[in-house]
Ligand binder design. Structure first.
Ligand SMILES: NC(=O)c1ccc[n+]([C@@H]2O[C@H](COP(=O)([O-])OP(=O)(O)OC[C@H]3O[C@@H](n4cnc5c(N)ncnc54)[C@H](OP(=O)(O)O)[C@@H]3O)[C@@H](O)[C@H]2O)c1
Length: 336
Protein backbone atom coordinates (compact mmCIF):
# COMPACT_ATOMS: atom_id res chain seq x y z
CA UNK A 1 0.00 0.00 0.00
CA UNK A 2 1.17 3.51 -0.73
CA UNK A 3 1.94 5.99 2.00
CA UNK A 4 1.77 9.74 1.77
CA UNK A 5 5.11 10.95 0.42
CA UNK A 6 4.44 14.65 0.29
CA UNK A 7 3.39 16.52 3.43
CA UNK A 8 -0.21 17.61 2.89
CA UNK A 9 0.40 21.36 3.11
CA UNK A 10 3.33 21.19 0.64
CA UNK A 11 1.22 19.12 -1.70
CA UNK A 12 -1.62 21.60 -1.54
CA UNK A 13 0.72 24.47 -2.25
CA UNK A 14 2.02 22.56 -5.27
CA UNK A 15 -1.52 21.83 -6.44
CA UNK A 16 -2.43 25.47 -6.19
CA UNK A 17 0.60 26.62 -8.16
CA UNK A 18 0.29 23.96 -10.80
CA UNK A 19 -3.19 23.89 -12.03
CA UNK A 20 -6.08 25.52 -10.29
CA UNK A 21 -5.89 28.96 -11.86
CA UNK A 22 -9.36 28.33 -13.26
CA UNK A 23 -10.70 27.45 -9.83
CA UNK A 24 -11.03 24.45 -7.61
CA UNK A 25 -11.33 20.97 -9.07
CA UNK A 26 -14.64 19.20 -8.65
CA UNK A 27 -14.91 15.88 -6.83
CA UNK A 28 -18.21 14.14 -7.67
CA UNK A 29 -19.26 12.00 -4.72
CA UNK A 30 -21.59 9.04 -5.05
CA UNK A 31 -23.24 8.08 -1.76
CA UNK A 32 -22.89 11.68 -0.57
CA UNK A 33 -25.88 11.32 1.77
CA UNK A 34 -24.41 8.12 3.23
CA UNK A 35 -21.57 7.15 5.54
CA UNK A 36 -18.61 6.80 3.17
CA UNK A 37 -19.46 9.52 0.67
CA UNK A 38 -20.74 11.79 3.43
CA UNK A 39 -17.36 11.63 5.17
CA UNK A 40 -15.66 12.69 1.95
CA UNK A 41 -18.14 15.54 1.37
CA UNK A 42 -17.46 16.82 4.89
CA UNK A 43 -13.69 16.47 4.45
CA UNK A 44 -13.83 18.58 1.29
CA UNK A 45 -16.16 21.21 2.78
CA UNK A 46 -14.10 21.42 5.99
CA UNK A 47 -10.90 22.17 4.08
CA UNK A 48 -11.92 25.59 2.87
CA UNK A 49 -8.47 26.39 1.48
CA UNK A 50 -8.11 22.98 -0.16
CA UNK A 51 -7.90 22.28 -3.87
CA UNK A 52 -11.34 20.73 -4.28
CA UNK A 53 -14.98 21.61 -4.43
CA UNK A 54 -17.67 18.98 -3.99
CA UNK A 55 -20.55 17.77 -6.13
CA UNK A 56 -22.81 15.59 -4.01
CA UNK A 57 -24.76 12.94 -5.93
CA UNK A 58 -28.09 11.66 -4.67
CA UNK A 59 -31.25 10.17 -6.13
CA UNK A 60 -33.32 12.72 -4.25
CA UNK A 61 -32.08 16.28 -4.09
CA UNK A 62 -35.05 17.15 -1.86
CA UNK A 63 -34.25 14.71 0.94
CA UNK A 64 -33.35 16.19 4.32
CA UNK A 65 -29.80 14.85 4.02
CA UNK A 66 -29.38 16.30 0.51
CA UNK A 67 -30.72 19.66 1.63
CA UNK A 68 -28.31 19.66 4.58
CA UNK A 69 -25.40 19.07 2.18
CA UNK A 70 -26.54 21.98 0.00
CA UNK A 71 -26.86 24.18 3.09
CA UNK A 72 -23.32 23.21 4.08
CA UNK A 73 -22.03 24.42 0.69
CA UNK A 74 -22.07 21.36 -1.58
CA UNK A 75 -23.37 21.42 -5.14
CA UNK A 76 -26.10 18.76 -5.04
CA UNK A 77 -27.10 16.94 -8.23
CA UNK A 78 -29.43 14.06 -9.02
CA UNK A 79 -28.25 10.79 -10.52
CA UNK A 80 -29.08 7.11 -10.14
CA UNK A 81 -26.49 4.34 -10.23
CA UNK A 82 -28.91 2.32 -12.37
CA UNK A 83 -28.99 5.10 -15.00
CA UNK A 84 -25.64 5.53 -16.74
CA UNK A 85 -26.78 8.68 -18.56
CA UNK A 86 -27.62 10.42 -15.31
CA UNK A 87 -24.21 9.43 -13.94
CA UNK A 88 -22.39 10.70 -16.99
CA UNK A 89 -24.09 14.05 -16.59
CA UNK A 90 -23.23 14.10 -12.88
CA UNK A 91 -19.56 13.30 -13.58
CA UNK A 92 -19.23 15.82 -16.44
CA UNK A 93 -16.53 18.38 -15.70
CA UNK A 94 -15.40 16.60 -12.54
CA UNK A 95 -11.72 16.00 -11.86
CA UNK A 96 -12.43 13.17 -9.43
CA UNK A 97 -15.23 10.75 -8.62
CA UNK A 98 -15.80 8.71 -5.48
CA UNK A 99 -17.71 5.56 -6.39
CA UNK A 100 -19.55 3.37 -3.89
CA UNK A 101 -22.50 0.96 -4.09
CA UNK A 102 -24.96 0.07 -1.36
CA UNK A 103 -25.35 -3.71 -1.26
CA UNK A 104 -27.56 -3.60 1.82
CA UNK A 105 -30.33 -1.74 0.02
CA UNK A 106 -31.02 -4.67 -2.33
CA UNK A 107 -28.72 -7.60 -1.32
CA UNK A 108 -27.84 -8.33 -4.98
CA UNK A 109 -24.18 -8.58 -6.01
CA UNK A 110 -25.16 -8.52 -9.71
CA UNK A 111 -26.78 -5.12 -9.14
CA UNK A 112 -23.62 -3.84 -7.46
CA UNK A 113 -21.55 -5.05 -10.41
CA UNK A 114 -23.91 -3.42 -12.90
CA UNK A 115 -23.86 -0.16 -10.91
CA UNK A 116 -20.06 -0.27 -10.75
CA UNK A 117 -20.00 -0.74 -14.54
CA UNK A 118 -22.28 2.26 -14.95
CA UNK A 119 -19.97 4.40 -12.78
CA UNK A 120 -16.84 3.20 -14.60
CA UNK A 121 -18.38 3.86 -18.03
CA UNK A 122 -19.67 7.27 -16.96
CA UNK A 123 -16.28 8.23 -15.50
CA UNK A 124 -14.56 7.16 -18.69
CA UNK A 125 -17.00 9.01 -20.94
CA UNK A 126 -16.82 12.13 -18.80
CA UNK A 127 -13.01 12.03 -18.80
CA UNK A 128 -12.72 11.91 -15.01
CA UNK A 129 -9.02 12.08 -14.07
CA UNK A 130 -9.11 10.15 -10.78
CA UNK A 131 -11.70 7.67 -9.55
CA UNK A 132 -11.76 6.06 -6.11
CA UNK A 133 -13.70 2.79 -6.16
CA UNK A 134 -14.77 1.66 -2.69
CA UNK A 135 -14.24 -2.06 -2.84
CA UNK A 136 -13.66 -5.25 -0.84
CA UNK A 137 -11.96 -8.57 -1.53
CA UNK A 138 -13.34 -11.11 -3.99
CA UNK A 139 -13.16 -13.84 -1.35
CA UNK A 140 -13.50 -16.56 -4.02
CA UNK A 141 -9.83 -15.98 -4.83
CA UNK A 142 -9.06 -17.35 -1.32
CA UNK A 143 -12.01 -19.72 -0.88
CA UNK A 144 -13.12 -21.11 -4.25
CA UNK A 145 -16.73 -22.16 -4.62
CA UNK A 146 -15.64 -25.81 -4.40
CA UNK A 147 -14.29 -25.22 -0.87
CA UNK A 148 -16.95 -26.39 1.55
CA UNK A 149 -15.59 -24.65 4.65
CA UNK A 150 -18.44 -22.24 4.12
CA UNK A 151 -21.60 -22.52 2.01
CA UNK A 152 -21.78 -21.06 -1.49
CA UNK A 153 -24.48 -18.38 -1.53
CA UNK A 154 -26.74 -17.25 -4.40
CA UNK A 155 -25.17 -19.94 -6.60
CA UNK A 156 -21.80 -18.28 -7.18
CA UNK A 157 -20.60 -16.31 -4.19
CA UNK A 158 -18.99 -16.98 -0.84
CA UNK A 159 -19.37 -13.46 0.63
CA UNK A 160 -21.77 -11.79 -1.82
CA UNK A 161 -21.28 -8.21 -0.57
CA UNK A 162 -17.50 -8.60 -0.85
CA UNK A 163 -17.31 -10.70 -4.01
CA UNK A 164 -19.42 -8.41 -6.21
CA UNK A 165 -17.28 -5.40 -5.31
CA UNK A 166 -14.06 -7.33 -5.81
CA UNK A 167 -15.28 -8.71 -9.15
CA UNK A 168 -16.12 -5.17 -10.26
CA UNK A 169 -12.48 -4.03 -9.80
CA UNK A 170 -11.67 -5.48 -13.22
CA UNK A 171 -14.33 -3.36 -14.90
CA UNK A 172 -12.52 -0.14 -13.89
CA UNK A 173 -9.19 -1.62 -14.99
CA UNK A 174 -10.45 -3.02 -18.29
CA UNK A 175 -12.12 0.25 -19.25
CA UNK A 176 -8.87 2.08 -18.52
CA UNK A 177 -10.45 4.26 -15.84
CA UNK A 178 -7.74 5.94 -13.71
CA UNK A 179 -8.71 4.29 -10.44
CA UNK A 180 -7.51 3.89 -6.86
CA UNK A 181 -9.03 0.79 -5.27
CA UNK A 182 -10.02 1.62 -1.69
CA UNK A 183 -10.43 -1.53 0.41
CA UNK A 184 -12.59 -0.60 3.38
CA UNK A 185 -13.15 -2.21 6.79
CA UNK A 186 -15.98 -3.09 9.19
CA UNK A 187 -17.47 0.17 10.52
CA UNK A 188 -17.68 0.68 14.29
CA UNK A 189 -21.02 2.37 13.46
CA UNK A 190 -22.38 -1.18 13.05
CA UNK A 191 -22.63 -1.12 16.85
CA UNK A 192 -25.11 1.77 16.40
CA UNK A 193 -27.07 1.13 13.19
CA UNK A 194 -26.57 -2.43 12.05
CA UNK A 195 -28.03 -4.30 15.00
CA UNK A 196 -24.60 -5.39 16.22
CA UNK A 197 -24.53 -3.40 19.46
CA UNK A 198 -24.39 -5.00 22.91
CA UNK A 199 -27.54 -6.96 23.75
CA UNK A 200 -28.75 -8.47 27.00
CA UNK A 201 -28.53 -12.26 27.02
CA UNK A 202 -30.56 -14.76 29.05
CA UNK A 203 -28.19 -14.06 31.96
CA UNK A 204 -29.22 -10.38 31.84
CA UNK A 205 -25.69 -9.33 30.90
CA UNK A 206 -24.73 -7.27 27.88
CA UNK A 207 -22.72 -8.99 25.13
CA UNK A 208 -21.61 -8.46 21.58
CA UNK A 209 -21.93 -11.51 19.37
CA UNK A 210 -19.39 -12.17 16.64
CA UNK A 211 -18.23 -15.42 15.02
CA UNK A 212 -14.58 -14.39 15.20
CA UNK A 213 -13.17 -16.59 17.99
CA UNK A 214 -9.91 -14.98 19.09
CA UNK A 215 -9.16 -13.50 15.65
CA UNK A 216 -8.70 -9.82 14.87
CA UNK A 217 -11.13 -7.88 12.72
CA UNK A 218 -9.89 -4.84 10.76
CA UNK A 219 -12.32 -2.04 11.55
CA UNK A 220 -12.70 1.73 11.28
CA UNK A 221 -14.80 4.79 12.05
CA UNK A 222 -16.96 5.26 8.93
CA UNK A 223 -16.08 8.96 8.83
CA UNK A 224 -12.41 8.05 8.40
CA UNK A 225 -13.16 6.30 5.10
CA UNK A 226 -14.14 9.61 3.52
CA UNK A 227 -11.27 11.45 5.20
CA UNK A 228 -8.79 8.94 3.81
CA UNK A 229 -10.40 9.12 0.38
CA UNK A 230 -9.89 12.87 0.55
CA UNK A 231 -6.18 12.36 1.23
CA UNK A 232 -5.97 9.99 -1.74
CA UNK A 233 -7.48 12.62 -4.03
CA UNK A 234 -5.00 15.15 -2.61
CA UNK A 235 -2.11 12.79 -3.32
CA UNK A 236 -3.30 12.75 -6.92
CA UNK A 237 -2.11 10.80 -9.92
CA UNK A 238 0.54 8.82 -8.07
CA UNK A 239 -2.29 6.90 -6.38
CA UNK A 240 -3.83 5.75 -9.65
CA UNK A 241 -3.68 1.99 -10.14
CA UNK A 242 -2.93 1.44 -6.46
CA UNK A 243 -4.91 -0.57 -3.94
CA UNK A 244 -5.20 1.18 -0.58
CA UNK A 245 -6.59 -0.86 2.30
CA UNK A 246 -7.61 1.06 5.40
CA UNK A 247 -8.36 0.40 9.08
CA UNK A 248 -8.32 2.29 12.37
CA UNK A 249 -7.87 -0.88 14.43
CA UNK A 250 -7.30 -4.62 14.21
CA UNK A 251 -9.34 -5.81 17.16
CA UNK A 252 -10.55 -9.11 18.59
CA UNK A 253 -14.10 -9.48 19.85
CA UNK A 254 -12.69 -9.62 23.39
CA UNK A 255 -10.79 -6.36 22.86
CA UNK A 256 -13.89 -4.66 21.47
CA UNK A 257 -15.99 -5.90 24.41
CA UNK A 258 -13.37 -4.63 26.87
CA UNK A 259 -13.27 -1.20 25.22
CA UNK A 260 -17.09 -1.07 25.15
CA UNK A 261 -17.21 -1.99 28.86
CA UNK A 262 -14.80 0.81 29.74
CA UNK A 263 -16.59 3.41 27.61
CA UNK A 264 -20.12 2.45 28.68
CA UNK A 265 -19.22 1.98 32.33
CA UNK A 266 -20.82 -1.45 32.46
CA UNK A 267 -19.68 -4.97 31.67
CA UNK A 268 -20.00 -6.02 28.02
CA UNK A 269 -19.06 -9.63 27.32
CA UNK A 270 -17.92 -11.15 24.06
CA UNK A 271 -20.12 -13.97 22.86
CA UNK A 272 -17.99 -15.87 20.33
CA UNK A 273 -20.34 -18.07 18.33
CA UNK A 274 -19.37 -20.43 15.48
CA UNK A 275 -19.84 -18.95 11.99
CA UNK A 276 -22.52 -21.57 11.23
CA UNK A 277 -24.56 -20.36 14.22
CA UNK A 278 -24.23 -16.75 13.04
CA UNK A 279 -25.35 -17.77 9.52
CA UNK A 280 -28.43 -19.30 11.11
CA UNK A 281 -29.55 -16.11 12.88
CA UNK A 282 -32.09 -15.59 10.11
CA UNK A 283 -31.94 -11.83 9.53
CA UNK A 284 -31.48 -10.66 5.91
CA UNK A 285 -27.78 -11.00 5.10
CA UNK A 286 -26.98 -13.27 8.10
CA UNK A 287 -25.44 -15.97 5.89
CA UNK A 288 -23.42 -13.39 3.96
CA UNK A 289 -22.11 -11.85 7.21
CA UNK A 290 -21.44 -15.26 8.77
CA UNK A 291 -19.28 -16.10 5.75
CA UNK A 292 -17.65 -12.66 5.91
CA UNK A 293 -16.60 -13.10 9.54
CA UNK A 294 -15.38 -16.62 8.79
CA UNK A 295 -13.34 -15.27 5.86
CA UNK A 296 -11.90 -12.59 8.16
CA UNK A 297 -11.04 -15.25 10.75
CA UNK A 298 -9.53 -17.81 8.43
CA UNK A 299 -7.53 -15.18 6.55
CA UNK A 300 -6.89 -12.98 9.62
CA UNK A 301 -3.33 -12.11 8.68
CA UNK A 302 -4.15 -11.37 5.02
CA UNK A 303 -7.15 -9.21 5.94
CA UNK A 304 -5.12 -7.23 8.51
CA UNK A 305 -2.06 -6.94 6.25
CA UNK A 306 -4.31 -5.63 3.48
CA UNK A 307 -5.47 -2.82 5.82
CA UNK A 308 -2.38 -1.34 7.43
CA UNK A 309 -3.23 1.03 10.30
CA UNK A 310 -0.05 3.13 10.29
CA UNK A 311 -0.23 3.56 6.52
CA UNK A 312 -3.87 4.63 6.86
CA UNK A 313 -2.79 7.12 9.53
CA UNK A 314 -0.04 8.49 7.33
CA UNK A 315 -2.72 9.36 4.76
CA UNK A 316 -5.26 10.49 7.36
CA UNK A 317 -3.54 11.80 10.50
CA UNK A 318 -6.96 12.25 12.19
CA UNK A 319 -7.61 8.49 12.00
CA UNK A 320 -9.58 7.42 15.09
CA UNK A 321 -8.85 4.52 17.37
CA UNK A 322 -11.79 2.47 18.69
CA UNK A 323 -11.36 4.06 22.14
CA UNK A 324 -11.52 7.55 20.67
CA UNK A 325 -14.53 6.62 18.51
CA UNK A 326 -16.27 5.22 21.61
CA UNK A 327 -15.55 8.39 23.59
CA UNK A 328 -17.35 10.38 20.89
CA UNK A 329 -20.14 7.92 20.08
CA UNK A 330 -20.93 5.85 23.17
CA UNK A 331 -24.20 7.69 23.84
CA UNK A 332 -25.44 6.66 20.36
CA UNK A 333 -25.02 2.91 20.97
CA UNK A 334 -28.39 1.30 21.72
CA UNK A 335 -28.14 -1.18 24.60
CA UNK A 336 -30.70 -3.90 23.83
N1 LIG B 1 -21.22 -1.43 7.29
C1 LIG B 1 -19.95 -1.80 7.17
O1 LIG B 1 -19.28 -2.20 8.13
C2 LIG B 1 -19.27 -1.73 5.83
C3 LIG B 1 -17.90 -1.92 5.77
C4 LIG B 1 -17.26 -1.86 4.52
C5 LIG B 1 -18.02 -1.62 3.39
N2 LIG B 1 -19.37 -1.44 3.49
C6 LIG B 1 -20.12 -1.20 2.25
O2 LIG B 1 -20.55 0.13 2.25
C7 LIG B 1 -21.58 0.23 1.25
C8 LIG B 1 -22.58 1.27 1.67
O3 LIG B 1 -21.92 2.49 1.85
P1 LIG B 1 -22.39 3.49 3.01
O4 LIG B 1 -22.34 2.76 4.32
O5 LIG B 1 -21.64 4.73 2.83
O6 LIG B 1 -23.93 3.67 2.59
P2 LIG B 1 -25.17 4.31 3.38
O7 LIG B 1 -24.70 5.16 4.50
O8 LIG B 1 -26.13 3.20 3.69
O9 LIG B 1 -25.82 5.22 2.25
C9 LIG B 1 -26.10 4.70 0.99
C10 LIG B 1 -25.76 5.75 -0.03
O10 LIG B 1 -25.81 5.20 -1.35
C11 LIG B 1 -26.58 6.04 -2.16
N3 LIG B 1 -27.24 5.21 -3.16
C12 LIG B 1 -27.75 3.97 -2.96
N4 LIG B 1 -28.30 3.52 -4.10
C13 LIG B 1 -28.14 4.48 -5.03
C14 LIG B 1 -28.50 4.60 -6.39
N5 LIG B 1 -29.17 3.62 -7.04
N6 LIG B 1 -28.17 5.72 -7.05
C15 LIG B 1 -27.51 6.72 -6.40
N7 LIG B 1 -27.13 6.67 -5.12
C16 LIG B 1 -27.46 5.55 -4.44
C17 LIG B 1 -27.55 6.73 -1.24
O11 LIG B 1 -27.93 7.96 -1.81
P3 LIG B 1 -29.45 8.54 -1.85
O12 LIG B 1 -30.30 7.65 -0.99
O13 LIG B 1 -29.32 9.94 -1.33
O14 LIG B 1 -29.83 8.48 -3.29
C18 LIG B 1 -26.70 6.92 0.01
O15 LIG B 1 -25.95 8.11 -0.08
C19 LIG B 1 -22.19 -1.16 1.15
O16 LIG B 1 -22.08 -1.64 -0.17
C20 LIG B 1 -21.40 -2.01 2.13
O17 LIG B 1 -21.15 -3.31 1.65
C21 LIG B 1 -20.00 -1.46 4.68
Amino acid sequence: MATRKTPRRTKKAADKKSGTATGKRIIAVVGATGAQGGGLVRAILNDKNGPFTVRAITRNVNSEKAKALADAGAEVVAADLDDVKSLKKAFEGAYGAFCVTNFWEHLKPEKEISQARNMAEAAKDAGVKHVIWSTLEDTRKSIPLSDDRMPTLMGKYKVPHFDGKGEANDIFTQLGVPTTFLVTSFYWENFIYFGMGPKKGADGKLAITLPMGTKKLPSIAAEDIGKTAYAIFEEGSEMIGKTVGIAGGHLTGAQMAKALSKALGQQVNYNAVPPAAFRGFGFPGAEDLGNMFQFNSEFEQDCCDARNISETKSLNPELMTFDRWLAENKSRIPLG
